[in-house]
Design a protein around this ligand. Structure first.
Ligand SMILES: [Zn+2]
Length: 306
């Protein structure tokens, strides 16, 4: 099957002036395309890419139809509990919206702790699971299409979602309006600073460890690849204040690592990577956020007018 690829402008600044970086494999849909850097604002993204409709169909097939239930019930819940603990340090209770809530696991553990919970999910099958298995309120659609009341939620989270949206900037604009003044936004994103370096370094790994040839490069490239600097710039432009970017705790189950190393060693490697990234962060007094995944917190100003 051939998939038509179309060039897209930068979501953050609409410029089409780009510098080509390299071919990369787009996760999770598996097609190869070009990673580019916007010459105007520095945002890194994939262009050309499948049309919006084709991309959504490929994503649904790659992600939801092959999702391993055991992974969702086990290792990922551990990650969600850590994210929930980080969230409750900022806001201990209230109304929570999970954008791209998948099968509802994060909302379930938050709801069990007394949060009022709502989800948005584009996949009919995943949303149905959240409704039927956990009795959750989940709206079918994306941030760009669903209707929610303005200034309602105390916290809105989007775990590994914004960098996979076709056009992230307008989605962040809408999310901003749903949050109460003084409310918190929590995002988890792949860090381009890590994955781009690993992509450049991978040929050396293959020379040193010939067995690596049989495994996939363990990088993650989504439609948009934020760095700490580009996500801070975009959130501030939308209106958020007190934007904080840290290394995120890592998902103990990453298929590209589990395949060659097995579950135990893959989880140990993830813990080691997170520890090393945290050391770099502490030694640089918070300047280097170089781990595989970013955790971002941003606050809507208390005197916000919209
Ligand atoms: Zn740009």
């Amino acid at each position: 099957m051939t998939i038509d690829l179309v060039p897209v402008p930068c979501s953050a600044c609409q410029s089409s002036q780009v510098r080509t970086l390299d071919f990369v494999r787009l996760s999770p849909i598996g097609i190869t395309s070009t990673l580019v850097r916007c010459r105007s604002c520095g945002l890194v993204y994939v262009s050309p890419r499948p049309t919006r409709e084709a991309e959504q169909a490929l994503y649904a097939k790659a992600y939801y139809e092959t999702a391993d239930q055991e992974v969702w019930d086990g290792p990922r819940l551990e990650l969600f509990r850590r994210l929930l603990a980080a969230m409750e340090r900022r806001q201990p209770h209230g109304e929570l919206l999970d954008v791209g809530c998948g099968k509802g696991h994060f909302l379930k553990i938050a709801g069990d702790r007394g949060w009022g919970v709502t989800g948005i999910e584009p996949s009919h099958a995943a949303g149905n699971h959240a409704r039927q298995a956990f009795g959750l309120r989940v709206l079918e659609g994306e941030a760009a299409t669903v209707e929610l009341p303005p200034n309602y939620f105390n916290v809105i989270v989007a775990w590994n979602v914004i960098d996979q949206l076709y056009d992230p900037a307008p989605a962040l604009e809408r999310i901003y309006t749903w949050l109460r003044p003084g409310g918190w936004l929590g995002l988890r994103l792949s860090n381009v600073e890590f994955h781009w370096r690993l992509h450049r370094f991978w040929p050396i790994v293959r020379r040193l460890w010939p067995k690596a040839v049989q495994y996939r490069e363990p990088t993650v490239f989504h439609l948009t690849m934020f760095s700490p600097a580009t996500i801070i710039a975009l959130l501030r432009r939308v209106g958020w204040q007190r934007v904080m970017v840290r290394n995120s705790p890592l998902d103990p189950y990453v298929e590209d690592l589990v395949q060659p190393l097995g579950r135990t060693r893959a989880a140990r490697l993830q813990r080691g990577l997170y520890g090393a990234a945290q050391c770099a962060w502490a030694c640089s007094l918070g300047r280097w956020v170089v781990g595989p995944s970013l955790l971002i917190w941003a606050r809507k100003p208390k005197d916000a007018k919209r």
